[in-house]
Design a binder for this molecule. Structure first.
Ligand code: PEP
Ligand code: MG
Length: 877
């Protein structure tokens, strides 16, 4: 038997979502429940993928099945395509597995031509309605199927209204609409070169093709990337008999939710328009009435609709979003789905459904999209203001939240303007560690270069500050403190607004509102913690971040990047002295100045975490990132070191590397300068001893993590210094202190030889930022430049620095865990690359048996929820 691509609504059910798409599966389910659904059929998502496989063609087999199902539909409805007595008119609508509102295309009133329109005009005794349907169909078909812009038709409508001296579409008469239909067809012919198609079957094939094609339109591609929806899923197409809401004042159409999608409050929420078709409600051409007013106009239909709402919500055990039409007082259900909702509403609805006995707490946990939690933790734009704003640019959504402020171009200005109470947005070509204080003072950060794991992105996420990175469309002129974007030149002091959750950039002021965490948040998190198996730690380098993370539920620090502890005040000076030392003695002198800061910071981290595990990673970055670039700073360093400016410049030049990410960094620093590892070990151990003395009940076991190991011998070499130093400190203190030495797995060779490495490492932590960079062999800072081309060419669907490449990088991780645990049973394994806060990556970490994920503080709740969902799904399989 040939493969089945087409299903009548009566052949499907809600479980067939993968095949029939959400809309098709739910139309089938409603049909099964005996609800008033105009009948039709669904062309499966497999037909869509086949269409693309066949080079964007609907093959003969699928076409034949569609024709067969038109006949079945005609038999069921008693109407026929193109019939002179009882013509069939249909809607053709997209419906993917996951709902993608507004992203794909819809065509209504298909099946009309000059003959049919006359038949329905006469039979209904309502020529105005008939011609209104026809002109709408020509307009939609031309726009969606043939891609003739909507605007040409709108111009014709406006001209007609002007000619008749009316302002509303509904004021146009049957004759006006008939004339318009003629003008539309002429417009079609002038743009396309052929007559508007009259054969309903030809119209249908064109419409189906257009819906398949709309799966690949730019806005759908962006939506999918933002929402983790794979391209390979494809969309289904629903062909459904039309029900008409535009046949007169006893007709109408509406959209309603069973609970308020903004607040989650229980109760019918929606809008209704009399004498209208679906698109009118969504498009806002007329102002709809509140759903409650429908009761007065259509008491019978409203009563029935309320019953249907209750039934559907009880049936799906979730808030429903429905589309319906009333035709001569009779109700028809056109769609139902689990409604989209704000993060706040999602939490409230989940908790209310548990309290109402509709769902279990486990189901409540599964119901919340972890990525939505972001919006609860960061300021957001005022939704109304955002709706009417048009972005002037879009780049990577590097750190969520909303920011609005005056443009500044340097970190110093950000700090100074911030100190006098101004809200600023810091715009930089790229950020460097020196910018940290300016980044802290800014509401938001916008960079021209850099990807999702660039310095700006990582630091901003850690601080919870909004950041949009990698906006290559900006033409930057830092020297004159100005840039151009979308044809406009922006100067210092101009207002700019950034949306770090979408990457959108807006001209001017869009007001922001603060985040508010409702009471339900804690309940959901509590349930999540009950189910998850993965631990959740945080990447934090300052006591402030560590505290915030602990408040948000972090169970330890999985990564403290010690180089981030040198940004402030005099520290950078001492650090530079350490880097620009010519002898071991000079370096040790600089290290002596550094050690009190390090020890003090470590103590504060231990205090903030109250005895929970703390992983301290030793110095990792290419040193040249820290050297001064300004003349004054170079002079200051020269004076401090008793060297000439030329000497310092020569040292700086010698630190320059062609490929710094693969250069003198990571454990290579500790191999060349063991005194750095010695200083850091001393600081870690002394801090732990002091805190342990003050808090005898805390179980303090420092975890020392060596970065960028590729060969076990590197680890062994550095570990020797660490162990000798630590043991001497512990012995001198006369205290019993355990500590662990482990490594990051972030070079493919480390993963490949993990069994060797585990002989020396007591724990592994996957540095998937570097592991991704080195596995793919492209730079984490520069990949943004070509990723868009990769998305367009369908080589990548997502940024592999944001969402773990489970196939390649993931394979290395899985292998390393197996090899490592095979040698050392109690080896604990975590991840601290940016993927540790990405839901689908967290799920993968659960599957391969990691012990914990570690992510920036504000992503801790996301990771907790994603870990719980992974565990629940796993236990159900
Ligand atoms: C990593 O490489 O994944 C990591 C966490 O280290 P960093 O980002 O500091 O290189
Ligand atoms: Mg790394």
């Amino acid at each position: 038997m040939s493969h089945k691509y087409v299903y009548l609504f009566s052949e499907g059910n809600a479980k067939m979502r993968e095949l029939l798409g959400g809309k098709g599966a739910n139309l089938a389910e409603m049909t099964g429940l005996g609800l008033p659904v105009p009948q039709g059929f669904t062309i499966s998502t497999e037909a869509c993928t086949q269409y693309y496989e066949d080079g964007q063609k609907i093959n003969d087999e699928i076409q034949a099945q569609i024709m067969e199902y038109i006949e079945k539909m005609e038999a069921i409805t008693g109407k026929k395509f193109g019939d002179k007595e009882n013509p069939l008119l249909v809607s053709v609508r997209s419906g993917a597995r996951a709902s993608m509102p507004g992203m794909m295309d819809t065509i209504l009133n298909l099946g009309l031509n000059e003959e049919v329109v006359n038949v329905i005009a006469e039979k209904s005794n309502n020529p105005r309605w008939a011609w209104d349907c026809y002109r709408r169909f020509i307009q939609m078909y031309s726009d969606v199927v043939m891609e003739v812009g909507k605007k040409y038709f709108e111009q014709l409508i406006d001209a007609m209204k002007e000619k008749r001296g009316v302002t509303q579409d509904v004021e146009l008469t049957a004759d006006d609409l008939k004339e318009l239909a003629g003008q539309f067809k002429a417009e079609y012919k002038s743009k396309i070169g052929t007559d508007f198609p009259t054969d309903p079957k030809e119209q249908l094939m064109g419409a189906i093709k257009a819906v398949f094609r709309s799966w690949d339109n730019p806005r759908a591609n962006v939506y999918r990337r933002d929402n983790d929806i794979p391209y390979s899923w494809g969309t289904a197409v629903n062909v459904q008999m039309m029900a008409f809401g535009n046949m007169g004042d006893d007709c109408g159409t509406g959209v309603a939710f069973t609970r308020d999608p903004a607040t989650g409050a229980k109760g019918l929420f929606g809008e209704f328009l009399t004498n209208a078709q679906g698109e009118d409600v969504v498009a806002g051409v007329r102002t709809p009435m509140h759903i409650s007013e429908m009761e007065e106009k259509f008491p019978e239909a409203f009563k029935q609709f309320k019953d249907v709402c209750q039934r559907l919500e009880n049936h799906y055990r979730d808030m429903q979003d429905m589309e319906f039409t009333v035709e001569h007082g009779k109700l028809f259900m056109l769609q139902t789905r689990n409604g989209k909702r704000t993060a706040q509403a999602a939490l409230k609805i989940a908790c209310d459904l548990v309290d109402e006995g509709m769902i279990t707490d486990e189901e409540a946990v599964l119901m919340i999209d972890p990525r939505n939690l972001d919006t609860l933790l960061h300021p957001q734009f005022d939704a109304k203001a955002l709706k009417v704003a048009t972005p002037v640019g879009k780049a990577l959504p590097a750190s969520p939240g909303a920011a609005c402020g005056k443009i500044v171009f340097t970190a110093e200005d950000a700090k100074a303007w911030g100190a006098r109470g101004e809200k600023v947005v810091l715009v930089r070509l790229e950020t460097s560690p020196e910018d940290i204080e300016g980044m802290k003072a800014a509401q938001g950060i916008l960079t021209v270069r850099g990807g999702m794991t660039s310095h700006a992105a990582v630091v901003a996420r850690g601080m919870g500050t909004c950041c949009v990175s990698g906006c290559t469309a900006i033409n930057m002129d830092e020297e004159n403190k100005q840039f151009t974007l979308s044809g406009k030149t922006y100067h210092e002091g101009d207002y700019l607004s950034l949306d770090g959750s979408t990457g959108n950039i807006y001209d001017g002021i869009i007001p922001t509102v603060d985040a508010s965490i409702a009471g339900e948040f804690g309940r959901i998190m509590g349930w999540a913690d009950k189910y998850r198996k993965l631990g959740v730690r945080t990447n934090a380098d300052t006591p402030r971040d560590a505290k915030k993370a602990a408040e948000l539920g972090a169970e330890g620090i999985g990564l403290c990047r010690t180089e981030h502890m040198f940004f402030e005040g005099d520290r950078i000076d001492y650090f530079r002295q350490m880097i620009c030392s010519s002898t071991v003695e000079e370096r040790e002198k600089a290290l002596d100045k550094i050690i009190p800061f390090q020890q003090g910071d470590f103590e504060k981290l231990y205090e903030a975490l109250e005895g929970k595990p703390v992983t301290i990673r030793f110095l990792d970055p290419p040193l040249h990132e820290f050297v001064p670039t300004e003349e004054a700073d170079i002079k200051k360093l020269a004076d401090a070191q008793g060297k000439s400016v030329e000497d310092i410049k020569a040292i700086i030049a010698s630190l320059h590397e062609a490929n710094p990410m693969m250069g003198h960094r990571g454990c290579r620093l500790a191999v060349t300068y063991p005194e750095i590892a010695k200083m850091q070990t001393t600081a870690v151990i002394r801090a732990a001893i002091n805190v342990k003395k003050a808090h005898a009940d805390w179980n303090i076991v420092p975890e020392i993590m060596i970065p960028l190991v590729g060969d076990v011998k590197e680890l062994k070499y550095v570990k020797k210094t660490v162990v000798e130093t630590a043991d001497a400190e512990i012995a001198a203190a006369g205290i019993d202190l355990k500590y662990e030495v482990g490594t990051m797995i972030e070079i493919p060779r480390a993963a490949l030889t993990a069994d060797e490495i585990a002989k020396e490492a007591e724990f592994f932590c996957f540095g998937t930022n570097d592991l991704t960079q080195m596995t793919y062999g492209f730079s984490r800072d520069d990949a943004g430049k070509f990723l868009d081309a990769y998305y367009d060419a369908k080589i990548f669907e997502n940024d592999p620095f944001a969402k773990l490449d489970q196939v390649g990088v993931g394979k290395l991780m899985e292998m390393a865990v197996k090899l490592g645990k095979g040698v050392r049973k109690d080896l604990h394994c975590g991840i601290c690359g940016e993927h540790g806060g990405d839901p689908s990556s967290v799920e993968f970490c659960h599957k391969i048996g990691l012990d914990y994920v570690s992510c920036s503080p504000f992503r801790v709740p996301i990771a907790r929820l994603a870990a719980a969902q992974a565990a629940i799904k796993d236990s159900r399989n």
